[in-house]
Design a protein around this ligand. Structure first.
Ligand code: ZN
Length: 345
């Protein structure tokens, strides 16, 4: 269902290959759909279900299934989380101050966060830079292989780690960071956060940030919600915690293990200026991802792209984000929640 879904489970991937440079189309679509979205959310609020509004924003459709909508409804207005201490020394970024006042409606939240470069699904679409991101690790078998390839080619990437994996394999996270990569927060156990209460979301994020900080000495500033699913509670929490929410623009759906050549060709066809590419170093058999990496890196370099961490990508964004940062909203279904170790974004 799309915007009419009063259960509020909405999923807005960007169609594969869509060009963000079509500024007028984007502005028109966003204006219309933003209006409809606000209307929808206002209506759902009347049903006392605005807290159930969930959005997953991806380029392509990840593993899809209908999510049950019997989620707990904890009021976002009751959020009282204290800001976490900012990292004092870091090659990572500092945590941001919460944006206050912060809207309660999801679409307004996204708009406000985007205006502060705090919610991204792409970097600067006018610079030939690409951010490789690896989710669901660290994994004792595949993460070292990914790190070896990155080192061999001198590429810095960003790892969105699952908290309990960090606790199990701290040395891998240390190595990720020591190699010059960025380490981000991908929740503690990879649930669909939109189905959780505010307190549960808080635990998922803070436990993970604590674990990462314990290992590398700095608190992560980047947050990627599992499955790319957010709702008003999730974004309220991310805002209060000073986190920047990173979705993605292009993904190879490597978790479906479609074959190395398919992963390569998907990424090569989708990659473009400012692309944030989603891959996985954990959650399943990632041998195809590892095998695809050298060709991806060498080919995209030949095409003139530079690989950067999300930290660099954020620095490259305009101070006042243009409308080109807004996603093209194309409703579809929402991915189902699944256990942490299961494949999926
Ligand atoms: Zn994931």
């Amino acid at each position: 269902m799309g915007l009419e879904n009063i259960d509020g489970e909405v999923y807005f991937p960007r169609p594969a290959g869509a060009k963000i440079s079509r500024t007028s189309l984007v502005i028109t679509l966003c204006a219309i759909l933003g209006l409809l979205g606000s209307l929808m959310l206002t209506m759902t609020e009347n049903y006392n279900s605005v807290q159930q509004s969930a959005t997953a924003i991806t380029a392509n459709t990840p593993e899809l299934a209908t999510t049950n909508t019997t989620s707990p409804t904890t009021s976002t207005t009751s959020l009282t989380n204290k800001a976490t201490p900012a990292a004092t020394k870091s090659s990572q970024m500092n945590l941001q101050s919460p944006i206050l006042p912060f809207p309660t409606l999801l679409w307004e939240q996204i708009a406000v966060l985007q205006s502060h470069n705090r919610f991204l699904y792409t970097g600067n679409r006018y610079l030939p830079k690409i951010a490789l991101t690896f989710d669901d690790g660290p994994n004792p078998y595949y993460t070292p292989q990914v790190l070896a390839v990155l080192q061999r080619y001198g590429v810095k990437a960003t790892f969105f780690c699952i908290g309990r994996q960090v606790a199990s394999y701290p040395d891998l996270v240390k190595q990720e960071y020591a190699d010059g990569n960025l380490v981000g927060n991908h929740s503690w156990s990879h649930p669909n956060l939109a189905l959780l209460s505010s307190d549960e979301i808080d635990s998922q994020i803070n436990l993970t940030s604590n674990a990462i900080q314990q290992v590398i000495g700095v608190r992560p500033t980047l947050f990627r919600p599992p499955y790319g699913v957010v709702n008003a509670r999730v974004l309220s929490k991310a805002n209060l915690l000073g986190l920047t929410t990173i979705i993605w623009g292009d993904e190879a759906r490597d978790w479906t293990t479609p074959g190395t050549s398919v992963i390569v060709s998907r990424i090569l066809s989708l990659a473009g200026d400012g692309a944030i590419i989603l891959m996985h170093d954990g959650g399943g058999d990632r041998s195809q991802t590892v095998a695809a990496l050298p060709t991806i890196i060498t080919t995209l370099r030949l095409r003139g792209y530079q690989f950067v961490t999300l930290q660099q990508m954020l620095k490259d964004l305009p101070k006042r984000p243009a409308s080109t940062q807004a996603p093209i909203f194309v409703p579809t279904t929402i991915p189902s929640a699944s256990p942490a170790a299961s494949p999926g974004p």
